[in-house]
Every structure is written in C-alpha cells, then in structure tokens.
Design a protein around this ligand. Structure first.
Ligand code: OGA
Ligand code: NI
Length: 356
C-alpha cells in the first residue's frame, strides 16, 4: 500500500499511544462454579454475582475463564474466518452486504466518520432475523435479514452455527448473573431476548503502515445489551478506565472471553452500570482477528430503565426507545456516510435538572 487514504487518519487527540503501559487490567472472573455439580445453587453463586456486579460497576468490562464454551468450537470458527479473509477481495465481495440486506462482508466501516483499518463479515445468530424495514418511526414494515454463506471455506457455516449456539448459552448465563447482581430475579431480563437480533462479526485487522495515526476500530460504545468477544493472541483492544479515563490495554488471555456491558444495560440499570468506550489499535507487522458476539434483544423491545431500579430519588434517566428502530438507524448510517450524527442513547436521556 503506497499512499494511505486520509479517511483513515484519526484527529490528534484520538491517536493511540503505541507504547503499552502495564496497568491494572480489567477483572478476570472464573465461572467454574456454574458448571460444578456439587455446589448448592444459588447460594454458591453469591460471591460470583458480587464479583460480576463490581466489575460491571467499576469497569463495564471483564474477562471470563472456565466459561464452559468448548475450545474446539472457537478454534473451528477462527480457522474458517482466517481462510475466508485470506481470499481475494473479488471472492469476498460475492457475499458483500447491500443497503437492503446489511449482513455480509465489507471493508468500508467508519466509526465517528473516520475509517476503520479492518474488514468484517457479519452473520446473524437467528437466520432469518426480523428487524424494521426502515428507521422511520411510523413505518411498520418489517424486513428479514438473511445470512450470506460464502462458497469457501465450506466449513464456515457449520462452524458458525455451533459457535453461535455456545455463545447464546453463555450470554443467557451472564444475563442471569447480571440480573442477580442488580438485585433482580435471575429471569428478569431473559424475556426480552425471545426473538433476539444478535449477530457475530468476524473481524480482520490487516497490518497497518501507519499504526500511530489510524485505528482498527475508533473509540465507541456497543449499542446492544452485552458483547462477548474472542480476541486472538496479538492484542490491540483498549478500554477506557473509568477512574482516570486512561486507555488500558486488554492483554490477551488464552481461551478467555471479554465481556462488556452495552448501552441497553446502561439504560435498564438506570446507569448503575455504564457502557464503556473502547477501541482497537493496529500494528505494522501482525494481522489480528477477533470475533465479537453482540447479544441484542427482540426488535419489539422498548428499552427503558427497569421500574424496580428507579425511585422518586432516582428517577428514570431515559425515555423509552424501540430497539428495532434504533438498530435500523445505526445500520443505515453504517451503510451510507450521512451528514447527521449516528443515533446514540444520550438522545433519549432525560434532562433531570429541567424536569424537577
Ligand atoms: C467491536 C469491537 C473489538 C475487537 O467490533 O465493537 O469493539 O477487539 N471489537 O475487535
Ligand atoms: Ni465494540
């Protein structure tokens, strides 16, 4: 690559520091108690629930080990992903997304209007997945998103379907633990996910000649409920630490998953838990692969602070919004470069000072 497209260049204040500072990292949480048969559920999970609550409150991020997801399932999909991205652009473009069906391959994503140094392949967990046809509030038409399966590698489909099932299972477990940590019944949130709109993104970050000027993914928060990320051993994910707003490197831990709370949990919990900014650094020599699973509710769900978590002293900080319309809005702006800012949850924030 000769000249680099200026669309990739980050503003000075958002450029990464290439020297990694070793600092206290995100919490590492052992989930083995969930799969141990001797333990007396639920009292044996109390310390775990407390740990998860602290991690969600203080970091919005944590890693899990002994999570019960078989390593072979992850490795199978990681291999298929490598094989898929190793093909020519022409081959990959056969499963390119378009404006109507936004699932598929693309290499043109922007985060806050700066291009990301990556290529991605998006696949929904439920195939088809139903979402609103447009972001227009009064348009009731629905649309089915269907997955585009590449010809090569032929194992990708099966590898994806097996891995997606394992991710679903883990995400329901985590959702129960998070509910308990908020003082709610463990099944309080599960009902929002009956026809969930979750998807998995296969990410490929090629080596980059200007790692000090560009990012693999610019700073952002995840818009859904929960994210379960598998990153390889290269490293590059950075999380904004809440206590001092420093960017903290997330050191790869073999066979661990990185979990983060998305915007929806921020709203449900009325900001007891916050969705935290993160970004991805690239490097000049190594390519990097990652696979986030975005756990998202049914498109019909109206997202608002849970009644049990609001009081007269702590009134709801958000107006209700429809998840499907929110998502349709995001997908649209991801496809086209729009002049307006991406939709954000703060657009639904209630200005409490004025209303009291
Ligand atoms: C994302 C994301 C992190 C990574 O795709 O939303 O934050 O390590 N990815 O790829
Ligand atoms: Ni993210």
């Amino acid at each position: 690559m000769g000249e680099v497209d200026p669309a990739f260049i980050q503003a000075v204040e958002h450029r990464p520091k290439l020297a990694i500072i070793e600092a206290e990292g995100i919490p590492l949480i052992d989930l083995s108690v969930l799969s141990s048969h001797e333990s007396s559920y639920p009292s044996s999970t109390e310390p775990l629930v407390a740990e998860i609550g602290e991690a969600c409150k203080n970091w919005g991020f944590f890693q899990v080990i002994n999570h019960g997801v078989p390593l072979e399932k992850r490795e199978k999909l990681e291999l298929a992903s490598r094989e898929f991205f190793a093909q020519s652009t022409e081959e990959k473009s056969k499963v390119k997304r378009d404006e109507v069906n936004v699932q598929g391959y693309y290499d043109t994503e922007r985060t806050k209007n700066v291009r990301d140094w990556k290529e991605v392949f998006d696949l929904t967990v439920k195939d088809p997945t139903v979402i609103p046809a447009s972001h227009e509030p009064d348009d009731k038409e629905l649309r089915k998103l269907v997955n585009r399966w590449p010809e090569y590698p032929s194992e990708l489909r099966e590898a994806f379907e097996e891995y997606a099932k394992a991710m679903e299972k883990l995400s329901y477990k985590l959702l129960e633990l998070i509910s308990l940590s908020l003082g709610l019944p463990e099944d309080r949130l599960g009902g929002f996910f009956d026809d969930h709109t979750s998807f998995i993104r296969l990410n490929h970050y090629p080596p980059c000649p200007i790692p000090h000027l560009a990012l693999g993914v610019g700073r952002h928060k995840d818009g859904g409920a929960l994210t379960i990320l598998a990153q390889d051993d290269v490293g590059g994910l950075e999380v904004k630490r809440k206590i001092d707003r420093e960017w903290i490197h997330v050191k790869p831990t073999p066979n661990a998953y990185i979990i983060n709370v998305g915007d929806i949990i921020q709203v449900w919990s009325n900001e007891r838990y916050e969705s935290v900014e993160h970004r991805v650094m690239v490097n000049s020599t190594k390519e990097r692969f990652s696979m986030p699973f975005f756990f998202n509710p049914d498109h019909n769900v109206m997202v608002e602070p849970l009644k049990e978590l609001t009081t007269a002293q702590n009134p709801a900080k958000y107006k209700a919004y429809n998840w499907g319309k929110f998502m349709a809005n995001r997908k649209r702006s991801n496809f086209k470069k729009l002049d307006v800012e991406n939709i954000q949850i703060y657009h639904f924030r209630i200005k409490l000072d004025e209303s009291s």
